[in-house]
Write a protein that binds this ligand. Sequence first.
Ligand SMILES: Nc1ncnc2c1ncn2[C@@H]1O[C@H](COP(=O)(O)OP(=O)(O)OP(=O)(O)O)[C@@H](O)[C@H]1O
Ligand SMILES: CC(C)(CO)[C@@H](O)C(=O)NCCC(=O)O
Ligand SMILES: [K+]
Length: 264
Amino acid sequence: MSATILTVDIGNSRAHWGLFSDENLIAHGNLTSRGDALDFRPLLQPNSPHPAPDGVIACSVVPRVSQVLKEQSEEASIPCEFLTHERVGPLRIHYPKPTQLGPDRLANALGGLIHAEPPFIVIDMGTAVTLDAITATNGYEGGAIAPGFAFLSEYLTEKTALLPPLDLSRIHRRTGIGRSTEEAMEVGCTKGFAGMIRELVATTTEEIVTIDGREPKVLVTGGSFNWVKESWIGGLPFFPHLTLEGVLSRAPDLLGLPSGSKSK
Ligand SMILES: Nc1ncnc2c1ncn2[C@@H]1O[C@H](COP(=O)(O)OP(=O)(O)OP(=O)(O)O)[C@@H](O)[C@H]1O
Ligand SMILES: CC(C)(CO)[C@@H](O)C(=O)NCCC(=O)O
Ligand SMILES: [K+]
């Protein structure tokens, strides 16, 4: 039996969605979460050449938007389920207060399990940057939450009189010494951002080594940061749809529909 499943990752800036049929991502896109309420209805009807989804499975860190997706799915008579810490199937969680955890972080850990054996670290560069550590010994262990790139750069402009907005699409200088206000901000934000992540990976790795006795793999998702890829993550594997893949992996249990995702 094959099923068409709509996966949704509701974040603070955007909702990312992917339509899967068997093991294939057949369509994907983003809806913007700021301002007016999101409208999922176009995704819940047949969209030539794609059929309407048989089920919806989502992770959300914005409760107000979860409610919209839930109601609109109900109206369309399509079952809709949300990932929670109690619904993570093969992922063991070793965390003092799992109710606090953003379901997107759990989805990233599940997505990681599809592509790697623990120990591994998942880095997700969205509105916030999250690092999550999954150990062979304990499963989901914890991680770090840090400012996303936009917070880092926009804060400077908002909180100062003399600093101009940084145009993210035209950054020239990412290293060395800035010799204008713009250049100084470009170096500070881009090199600073890459350095922040590098340092977080180092400290997370150190602790994972003490737990598992070996170094973790590092998987990266989120953001369209080509410059980070060039300047630093160059060697690290980038999975653009890791969160959605993690969400999809729970479809058989939560929706009773085959996900077709290739789990290890
Ligand atoms: N090429 C880029 N260079 C620098 N910053 C970028 C780039 N593209 C996006 N950003 C900024 O970095 C942040 C994270 O990127 P992205 O757009 O992927 O977030 P998001 O996936 O929408 O976040 P969330 O999932 O939390 O809603 C955004 O706030 C965005 O403004
Ligand atoms: C950190 C974010 C904002 C990243 O999207 C999200 O996972 C979230 O709101 N988490 C809740 C707090 C936590 O994960 O501990
Ligand atoms: K996200």
